[in-house]
Design a protein around this ligand. Structure first.
Ligand SMILES: *[C@@H]1O[C@H](CO)[C@@H](O)[C@H](O)[C@H]1NC(C)=O
Ligand SMILES: *[C@@H]1O[C@H](CO)[C@@H](O)[C@H](O)[C@H]1NC(C)=O
Ligand SMILES: *[C@@H]1O[C@H](CO)[C@@H](O)[C@H](O)[C@H]1NC(C)=O
Ligand SMILES: *[C@@H]1O[C@H](CO)[C@@H](O)[C@H](O)[C@H]1NC(C)=O
Ligand SMILES: *[C@@H]1O[C@H](CO)[C@@H](O)[C@H](O)[C@H]1NC(C)=O
Ligand SMILES: *[C@@H]1O[C@H](CO)[C@@H](O)[C@H](O)[C@H]1NC(C)=O
Ligand SMILES: *[C@@H]1O[C@H](CO)[C@@H](O)[C@H](O)[C@H]1NC(C)=O
Ligand SMILES: *[C@H]1O[C@H](CO)[C@@H](O)[C@H](O)[C@H]1NC(C)=O
Length: 440
């Protein structure tokens, strides 16, 4: 774990041409002690051992599917409050298994998880697609209430004429959970056929009638922002988010480069022995999957989609979270307007009354399974299937990240919600709240 004190704020005097000098307070993340931001180090120290213990094989009831398995081979955690990183650590191994049944690699081939290990973020990609969409709204190019057909007229088939941008961002469009048939199936042979399949999908429910999480919403949002800008999503994310925030280890693997052809291969955590675990219909590629996107539909879209495909580290994603807590700025760059950030924390699904459906723009709100006992209407969060999660708690001005490859060696071994919830418990305990450990 790394603790260090740093200047609490850097005040700079800038002079821009034709204007008078003005003073700006840098709001970039720095390291600080927990006590400097009203948290206890004791709880954060206990947290390290406690979260690490979930790498031991045990019966974690439903979280290990009632079998004796570790919850995950390893992971990385980062906690930040009031602009200070107060805890940052890695635990366990990133590469551990030789096959889908969990045969260990020889010890000299096992690789430890590091703080800068690159994880397949899976659905955390949706948060970045969301920010790109919000930037288009800030630029006046798109509104929440616009119909998707305003940008993609060919989308207006099979009952989809009245789907709005807001419905995509809140999973209320009426789409089924997944495209059918799968985009990676033999039904399609070209990229264009797969894009056409997204655009011509049918609905399972009437637009606006129900909350049902679907990757199709964010595949569609990608097509909308690409249509508006004439740029591809990976370029938009690089120009609009990762470059201005200095996120140098966050990227899509366009064209699914494998092995040493992927410059980030060695730092990237392996995921699943997908063909062995799921079957021969899975994408034909080296096993375990490592460095090309785990999500099969994103893989079929050349590794770049609005719903999955991004890789990142906790250190990089921390900057993204701080930008949101800063209400849209980081350093001297404005990424989003305050109005756009407020939409992330606005429950746009309140009409459904079910807490499970609470959703701001692109983010879930008030979810115990991601945030643990810090869940509240001011807590925006998201998870990724591979084992990643982001929690941004506006009420406490803090965020916590947990990245892991829980699908190594097999997706069927665990749900790591228990680690997500337990992380929330320790962060809350460090704030001085009287909480109980989430049970398993
Ligand atoms: C794990 O614990 C549950 C009770 O929580 C029990 O029903 C199950 O049989 C146990 N599994 C094993 C493999 O012991
Ligand atoms: C994995 O990593 C931990 C420490 O990072 C190490 O103690 C352990 O022996 C490794 N192997 C297994 C099988 O967990
Ligand atoms: C994994 O276990 C299954 C069921 O026991 C077995 O059929 C299969 O051969 C095993 N695979 C490997 C690679 O050992
Ligand atoms: C969306 O489409 C419906 C008809 O399908 C139309 O009544 C409405 O005005 C459109 N909304 C916008 C913002 O274009
Ligand atoms: C779209 O909305 C309009 C106006 O409410 C309605 O007349 C039309 O039937 C709707 N179209 C579809 C395909 O649901
Ligand atoms: C961001 O906006 C929220 C809501 O208006 C406010 O409570 C918070 O203090 C703002 N944070 C910063 C850093 O401006
Ligand atoms: C946290 O989530 C639980 C379970 O969904 C819910 O009962 C509770 O009301 C939520 N807490 C807050 C403060 O919203
Ligand atoms: C921490 O985690 C384990 C799960 O491995 C749990 O059983 C235990 O009660 C926790 N320990 C403490 C000290 O909270």
């Amino acid at each position: 774990m790394k603790f260090s004190t740093a200047l609490s704020a850097i005040s700079l005097l800038l002079t821009s041409p034709g204007t008078t000098a003005y003073s700006v307070r840098s709001n970039k993340l720095t390291y600080g002690t927990p006590e400097s931001v009203g948290m206890s180090s004791q709880a954060l120290v206990e947290m390290v051992a406690n979260l690490s213990s979930f790498t031991h094989a045990a019966n974690y009831s439903k979280f290990s599917k009632y079998a004796i398995h570790p919850i995950q081979p390893g992971g990385a955690v980062l906690v930040g409050r009031h602009g200070k990183i107060v805890s940052e650590f890695a635990f366990g191994n990133k590469s551990l298994y030789a096959d889908g049944n969990g045969t260990f690699l020889p010890s000299f081939e096992q690789e430890k998880a590091m703080v800068d290990t690159i994880y397949d973020m899976a659905s955390l990609t949706k948060l970045f697609t969301t920010v790109i969409g919000l930037q288009q709204m800030d630029a006046g190019k798109m509104r929440l209430t616009d119909n998707v057909t305003t940008f993609l007229p060919e989308f207006g088939v099979n009952g989809k004429d009245n789907i709005t941008i807001e419905m995509l961002l809140t999973h209320t469009s009426g789409f089924a959970a997944d495209p059918s048939p799968s985009l990676y199936s033999d039904s399609y042979s070209t990229y264009d056929e797969r894009i056409n399949a997204i655009v011509t999908q049918s609905l399972e429910n009437a637009p606006g009638s129900i909350f049902l999480y679907s990757d199709l919403n964010f595949m569609t949002l990608m097509l909308v922002v690409q249509e508006i800008t004439g740029k591809q999503l990976d370029q938009l994310v690089a120009e609009g988010i990762t470059t201005p925030l200095g996120m140098t280890s966050t990227f899509f693997n366009r064209n699914n480069f494998e092995g040493q052809k992927n410059p980030h291969y060695q730092r990237t955590a392996p995921t699943e022995f997908q063909i062995e675990v799921v079957g021969s219909g899975e994408p034909d590629r080296p096993q375990p999957v490592r460095g090309s996107v785990h999500d099969e539909n994103a893989w079929a879209l050349k590794g770049v989609s609005g719903h999955a495909g991004l890789f990142s580290t906790v250190g990089d994603t921390a900057k993204f979270c701080q930008m949101i807590l800063n209400n849209g700025t980081y350093g001297y760059n404005r990424i989003l307007s305050q109005t756009a950030v407020d939409l992330i924390f606005t429950n746009l699904n309140a009409r459904f009354h079910e807490i499970d459906s609470y959703h701001g723009a692109g983010f879930e709100l008030d979810q115990f399974y991601t945030a643990g006992p810090l869940n509240s209407t001011l807590t925006a969060s998201h998870t990724g299937y591979t084992g990643t999660s982001v929690v941004i708690d506006r009420g406490h001005d803090l965020f916590y990240l947990h990245f892991a490859n829980r699908v190594h060696p097999a997706r069927t071994w665990s749900s790591n919600n228990i680690i997500r919830e337990t992380l929330g418990y320790w962060v809350g305990t460090s704030l001085g709240l009287d909480l109980t450990l989430p049970p398993f």
